[in-house]
Ligand binder design. Structure first.
Ligand SMILES: Cc1ncc(COP(=O)(O)O)c(C=O)c1O
Length: 471
């Protein structure tokens, strides 16, 4: 053996030396290093040490069709053999993008007229903000620019999208939100609604708060309201009964556009094609990403309604060229992946399957965990769900976030071979598995989560953080 041989650094070492990770604690990462994922198949992923996990989060809520779909590989490979890339500036176009745009508009909620393609949910929401400003400039309403989002929402991290996001960890030390972006109340019924108030009353209260904000700012300055049909990263918050009906009545009164951020809810997650459908949302703009390609390659879209399109069509000549677009807007590989992904969703009826398996999963979660002393609430719809961990079930007292109870639970799940995500700035554990998950695999999620939850309970008792009557 050559004694001068230099040992190569491990992948983990190289990662720590060179890679700045998104949404990762820099200090913790330098201590613990990365978990390197090498393979995915169906609902399972495997790391470079051969550990296999059932990914009950579908990556980041996105791998709707599951991993390892040969049809996707073929579609991307075939497209890269014929036309790997061309831009779509100055009227250039490509067939997969043309076909995908047509299909998306047929599926979309509301009266959508055109799709603008981007690369991520964040840039799509930045595009939306610019489109809203552009639209009101073209209409001769240059003061009507403010956009109202909600505390707790997640809309991405680019400058405008981070401003829309209502989670303060995306604002702190980044000099956002922008002054044109405002936030209204989070509709979280379990924690925020006053004792004894019905869901419908709570919705009316929230719509009243929204109206008060619009009036205080001046309706002639408020351009749009943005919401996820079910708030995802902010805790899987299912809107209270009558919420969007009440909110949209206010928006219509003051000529305020409705933007539905369907980045998580779109493409079957809630058991319908789009989350707007079950909640009666009639959007003027729709944001799509994630399930659009099931994460095989990046692609996003901003869909605009006929009403907005008419203004752009009639009035934009006074400005000139529509001065917005990305090198990779409508990338042919991404569009080919989008078409193949839609083929799979349609052929395998994954939307209907998500509804059916979702009913099974939601019921099983409630049957198994509703009585557990650490579980405050179980919520969700279709194949998106959350379990709220609480320190006191009777009073709904949450665990202080410094105790990192939910992140600890996520680690215990990993030890069981399960990925369930602890959501930022909360004690909620989320589930958002690939829509191809079977009932047997749902049972596996429940069994693994159950063992992790028992372990968490033992640990909290040992650490003196919790005792069975609550603290
Ligand atoms: C509702 C919603 N909108 C926008 C985004 C941002 O998407 P991306 O991470 O692709 O920029 C996300 C990401 O999780 C999201 O959940």
């Amino acid at each position: 053996m050559n004694s001068t041989a230099v040992t190569k650094p491990s992948l983990e070492e190289l990662d720590k030396q060179n890679f700045l990770h998104p949404f990762t604690s820099i200090a913790t990462h330098l201590e613990t290093g990365p978990r390197v994922i090498v393979e995915g198949e169906g609902v399972y992923i495997t790391d470079n040490h051969g550990n296999k996990y059932l990914d009950a989060m579908a990556g980041l809520w996105c791998v709707n069709i599951g991993w390892g779909r040969e049809e996707m590989v073929e579609a991307i490979a075939n497209q890269s053999r014929t036309l790997s890339y061309f831009h779509t500036f100055a009227s250039m176009s490509n067939e997969p993008a043309i076909r995908l745009a047509e299909r998306l508009l047929k599926l979309s909620p509301g009266n959508m007229s055109k799709v603008f393609f981007g690369n991520s949910g964040s840039d799509a929401n930045d595009t939306n903000v610019k489109l809203i400003w552009y639209y009101n400039n073209l209409r001769g309403n240059p003061k009507k620019k403010k956009i109202i989002s909600r505390w707790g929402s997640y809309h991405g991290v680019t400058v405008a999208a981070a401003s829309l996001t209502g989670l303060t960890n995306t604002h702190k030390a980044f000099d956002v939100p922008l002054p044109q972006i405002l936030h209204t109340e989070n509709p979280h019924y379990y924690f925020n609604a006053p004792e004894g108030m019905s869901e419908r009353e709570w919705s009316q209260h929230l719509a009243g708060k929204l109206e008060a904000l619009i009036l205080a700012e001046g309706p002639d300055t408020v351009a749009a309201f943005i919401a996820e049909p079910i708030m995802g990263a902010g805790g899987v918050i299912v809107p209270p009964e009558g919420y969007f009906e009440a909110v949209q009545a206010v928006l219509q009164k003051y000529d305020v556009l409705m933007v539905a951020d369907e980045v998580i809810c779109g493409f079957g997650r809630c058991g319908r094609w789009f989350g707007s459908e079950p909640f009666g949302i009639e959007p003027d703009i729709v944001t799509i990403a994630k399930g659009l390609t099931s994460g095989y390659v990046p692609l996003s879209g901003s869909m605009i309604s006929e009403k907005i399109w008419q203004v752009l069509k009639e009035e934009s000549p006074q400005i000139g060229v529509f001065g917005h677009g990305f090198t990779y807007s409508a990338h042919p590989l991404a569009a080919a992946a989008g078409n193949a992904n839609l083929d799979i969703i349609e052929r395998e009826n994954l939307v209907g399957r998500a509804a059916k398996t979702g009913d099974y999963f939601q019921q099983k979660l409630r049957d198994t965990f509703a009585e557990h002393p650490l579980v405050g609430e179980i919520r969700g719809m279709g194949l998106i769900a959350a379990i709220e961990l609480v320190q006191n079930k009777a009073t709904k007292k949450p665990f202080p976030l410094e105790l990192k109870v939910a992140p600890g639970m996520a680690q215990l799940c990993i030890q069981e071979g399960l990925i369930s995500r602890s959501l930022p700035q909360s004690n909620a554990m989320a589930f958002s598995p690939p829509l191809v998950i079977t009932e047997t695999e749902c049972d596996e999620v429940i069994a693994k989560f159950s063992r992790a939850l028992n372990q968490l309970t033992d640990n909290l008792v040992k650490e003196g953080v919790w005792k069975s009557s609550g603290k």
